[in-house]
Design a protein around this ligand. Structure first.
Ligand code: GLU
Length: 278
């Protein structure tokens, strides 16, 4: 049974970009005779707000998009993610990284993202680590590519995921190494997007993931996590993003018009659908 999910983060009202994504998800499910789960990805408690979650449900209902089962709110399940992190810790697949963003940026090529930009393991002595912990220094839990390579052996270099294309499903190389050691959690944050997302995809029995082209590259990291945790591997498909007049991704943060604004102007869900196709 084809089972997909829509996984918005409640950091603002939904805009046209979200509507396009939601239509892509629901259309794929409908075409396959499958179902859609709804997941609220609100692990970043500094940016997510409960009223925006209610607004998401309201906007989806207005668009005529219905989901199966109960809504999974990630912030209700931090313990689940801690369990995964503890498993990875027990297998020495993650390590504490105390470097500041500035220190990391100095080690990386210009313009690289300090969270995902190619940093690789920099072991500390146990004494140094203990001293930093005693000082209460903040740290990130990073997934060690070296350790993952050792754990998976030949499977590491051969990691792939299935990707749906108009010509059918293709098997593409995951190449997780291009991101370096990604952050999976932080001292006071039990999970990152990668860990929570892959855990929930497995838990919710997601067979197919439909999401924006902007998440294409990180899918390689997800394939690695799935292999390390022995989670099933969904098939992925990526939809194009709707770009703003400046050619950049529409984002709530840049004040793009919300679905509620369009609704207030008298637009219908069909008008919204037509706009997402334009
Ligand atoms: N929460 C993510 C977002 O709002 C989507 C994650 C995903 O589809 O994997 O962009």
């Amino acid at each position: 049974m084809f089972r997909t999910r829509f996984a918005p983060s409640p950091t603002g009202r939904l805009h046209l970009g979200h509507a396009a994504s939601a239509f892509a998800v629901w259309d794929a499910a409908r075409a396959a005779g499958g179902e859609v789960c709804l997941r609220i990805e609100d692990i970043d408690q500094t940016r997510c707000r409960a009223p925006f979650e209610a607004a998401i449900l309201e906007d989806l209902a207005w668009l005529g998009l219905d989901w199966t089962g109960t809504v999974r709110r990630q912030s209700d399940h931090f313990d689940d993610y801690t369990t995964v992190l503890n498993d990875l810790r027990a297998r020495e697949l993650v390590y504490r990284c105390f470097l500041t963003r500035r220190e990391i940026a100095a080690r990386l090529p210009a313009g690289a993202d300090p969270d995902e930009g190619g940093l690789v393991s920099h072991p500390l002595t146990p004494e140094d680590e203990a001293a930093r912990l005693a000082r209460g220094q903040p740290f990130a839990w990073r997934l060690s590519l070296d350790a993952a390579r050792r754990a998976l052996g030949d499977r590491f270099g051969a990691l792939t995921y299935r990707q749906w294309t108009p010509d059918g499903v293709q098997v593409v190389p995951a190449r997780p190494e291009r991101f370096g050691d990604v952050v999976l959690a932080r001292k006071d944050t039990p999970t990152s997007y990668h860990l929570a997302c892959c855990h929930d995809d497995a838990l919710q029995g997601i067979t197919d993931i439909v999401r924006g082209e902007d998440l294409h590259a990180v899918t390689g990291i997800h394939a690695l996590l799935q292999a390390l945790m022995d989670w099933p591997r969904p098939t992925y498909r990526f939809h194009p993003l709707i770009l703003g007049p400046d050619g950049k991704k529409l984002s709530k943060r840049f004040g793009s018009k919300t679905l509620l604004d369009y609704r207030a102007e008298g637009m219908t869900p069909d008008n919204i659908r037509a706009m997402t196709r334009a």
